[in-house]
Design a binder for this molecule. Structure first.
Ligand code: ATP
Ligand code: HSE
Length: 301
């Protein structure tokens, strides 16, 4: 049996649209084993229990990349990472399927190939990169379509709280609301704020995080898709935290410099939104992991 564990990811981190992403301590575990049926899928919502399932699609892509046969496979998904909430559920599927194909055929897909294949499937590298490598990653594809990545440390004094609404925002819809051009002035604003944000997260400089986390590329347009955006921002800022839309939403992520402030956000958000999931998270610095076992005995990790 092949067991793949993939962290959820919070893309953009406010000002790094399509290039910045953070892996967090919220996981899906997906197992793959030979089957007598063409395809068996359990654990995913019913609508995904077929050949179009993204995990299976990625598994097929990985096998095809390796020029190998697509085996009969039983896939079991154990995940409570919510779908279409800005926590990288699609990247989890893509990374798990590709990594499983690699393990199925003896580890034939290198890390760089995994990054490239996963980005091809996702369309942008900001979720898949931290899902594979862990931590805070800046990534872009170069002119040869190869991934170029810089990994940053995140200061351990920082606390993250995911405020996860009980409604979805699909990435597809959230990309449709974006304008097609931006002014030079806004581009300068964005580049300066993104560069400052990465260093501020490394230093744990809450004042600079707050100043830098002021997006002009996507958040003003997407805020309109999240009816509770203003109220959530107020709860976070009242506690001294900074808030940004995680990925394409609907989740909003708070960053604070103290446990007390994080707890205050949790208490106030739970009171205001009793049907939501409010989760304190830490940074995952490992990324995807795999384990190959046979009759309960681990062969390798
Ligand atoms: N368990 C699953 N099985 C199969 N497909 C899934 C599963 N979870 C997510 N998906 C796929 O991922 C899609 C959701 O991806 P989408 O990019 O809209 O949101 P997200 O990845 O959760 O958030 P974001 O990209 O903003 O971080 C679903 O419509 C579905 O196609
Ligand atoms: N960078 C992507 C992340 C969501 O997949 C976006 O904001 O659309």
């Amino acid at each position: 049996m092949i067991t793949i564990k993939v962290p959820a990811t919070s893309a953009n981190v406010g000002v790094g649209f399509d290039c910045l992403g953070l892996a967090v301590s919220y996981y899906s575990t997906i197992t793959f084993e030979p089957s007598s049926h063409h395809l068996e899928i359990s654990g995913s919502p019913k609508e995904f229990q077929n050949e179009h399932n993204l995990v299976y699609q990625a598994f097929v892509k990985g096998c095809t990349f390796l020029n190998q046969a697509i085996p009969n496979v039983k896939i079991a998904v154990e995940s409570d990472i919510p779908v279409a909430r800005g926590l990288g559920s699609s990247s989890v599927c893509v990374v798990a399927g590709l990594k499983a194909a690699s393990e199925w055929y003896g580890g034939g897909i290198s890390e760089e190939q995994l990054l490239r294949l996963a980005t091809q499937m996702e369309g942008h590298p900001d979720n898949v990169t931290p899902a594979i490598l862990g931590g805070l990653c800046v990534s872009f594809m170069d002119d040869h379509d190869d991934p170029q990545i810089v990994k940053y440390q995140v200061n351990q004094q920082l606390h993250f709280v995911a405020l996860i609404p009980d409604y979805e925002v699909s990435t597809h819809e959230a990309r449709k609301v974006l304008p097609t051009t931006m002014s030079y002035a806004d581009a300068i604003h964005q580049v300066s704020h993104c560069a400052a944000m990465t260093k501020a997260l490394e230093l744990g400089d809450m004042h600079m995080i707050h100043e830098a986390c002021d997006d002009r590329m996507h958040e003003p347009y997407r805020a309109k898709l999240i009816p509770d955006y203003g109220d959530v921002k107020a709860i976070c800022e009242q506690a001294g935290g900074t808030m940004y839309i995680s990925g394409s939403g609907s989740t909003m992520m708070a960053i604070t410099a103290s446990q007390q402030a994080a707890d205050e956000i949790v208490v106030n958000a739970k009171a205001a939104f009793p049907a939501w999931q409010i989760r304190k998270l830490t940074v995952d610095s490992t990324g995807v992991t795999s384990e190959v076992s046979e009759r309960g005995k681990v062969l390798h990790r």
